[in-house]
Design a protein around this ligand. Sequence first.
Ligand code: PLP
Length: 449
Amino acid sequence: MLDGNMLPQATKNEKTNRHNDLMEKKKKYVANGVSCLAPIFIEEAKGAILKDINGDSYIDFYGGIGVINAGHCPDSVVDAIKNQAEKLLHSCFMVGMYAPYVELAEKLCRITPGSDDKKAMFVNSGAEAVENAIKIAKSYTKRPSIIAFDGGFHGRTLLTMTLTSKVKPYKHECGPFAPEVYKAPAAYCYRCTYKSKYPECKMACLEHFERFFISEVDPESVAAMIIEPVQGEGGFIVPPKEFLKGLKEICERHGIVFIADEVQSGFARTGKMFACEHFDLVPDLMTMAKGIASGMPLSAVVGKAEIMDAATPGRIGGTYGGNPVACASALATIELMEKEDMSRRAEEVGGQIVSRLKALQQRHPQLGDIRSLGSMVAVELVDDPETRAPLKSAVPVIIEECFKHGLLVMGAGIFGNVIRFLAPLAITDEQLNEGMNIFSEALATTFSS
Ligand code: PLP
């Protein structure tokens, strides 16, 4: 994929100088805590291909961390952004309303699971959506506590990092944390908390709640339970259907608001518009962001009208929330996803990646667990498939090898031993194949040395 080498020497030198100059400035002016995986500056992108300022191209298996589901810069989305930008960049919906906000709210209420009357509100990031969903749940129940899950990721603000499970880097040195957050075990069957096996386990992680509500928190004081239907940063962990349905029942029994955090799993990524649909799950509230608007900063809380309306005017929202350009981008993105049946494409993309990974597993026993829901695919690396000891050290080596050969891929997992695949669904079969060839070579190099 590297084609910058084909440039004339003078142009090449100029581009290299620009890259080096930017890298120096980045080191000097950008805060260290903002991590940067690939040492490149991206100039443009289309579909599943990114081009850096040196003229080198990369196949993108990051997808902007699960944002670029509909592909980089789809024509219809770019047109919608341009049209809206020429008319209105900002007015703040809280003081001067505009159509795209209301139209998007209607669209999301229609395409999310459940037949109850629903409402929506918009903010800017996944973390902000989670913060607002919790405020809404607290306003509705008048209760103080929240249940979150081991291995979950919900963001980097005070409340959302409290809900998040991985200490380093996300929480380290950042305490004290928000009060009244209780963590329960998640159904991570490959590393079961109870050292049991599905389905013989009889869902011990669900049974756990009987004790949890005695030893940890009174269910009568719990406002909300928040869970990612498929854990994202946790390593693409797909739970058994009974787990999510069982949690929902527990919530119903105790008047707890069930929040599905679909920030990473939403918008066709898993082979359905929302991952909840795979589990026949109708959450009370959903949080969504990432794939919603092809990269424009936008996030949403969507849920039952009765619950959504519990927060009185002014309690939720924000200056930029539901910006008109971002809403126009989201409307065009969703239209494109529906028109091109990207959920079906997610199944195809995921199926192709999984079958390549399964073939590679025969050669490399270090590929311990291959997990997927649609195109949300991950592989967990282990020292030995029997002991399942996490093999963290190989992940950066594989990522670096892939990068050197023109493929961008990233890690995940609370043990840092997972590689996840988040290719844009606009990827062609040829690009996907080429990306998997590079990945295959990277495994061969890593495990032979
Ligand atoms: N929730 C989930 C499930 C996520 O995957 C993320 C980000 O990766 C967030 C919340 C936080 O989103 P943001 O980084 O936009 O604040």
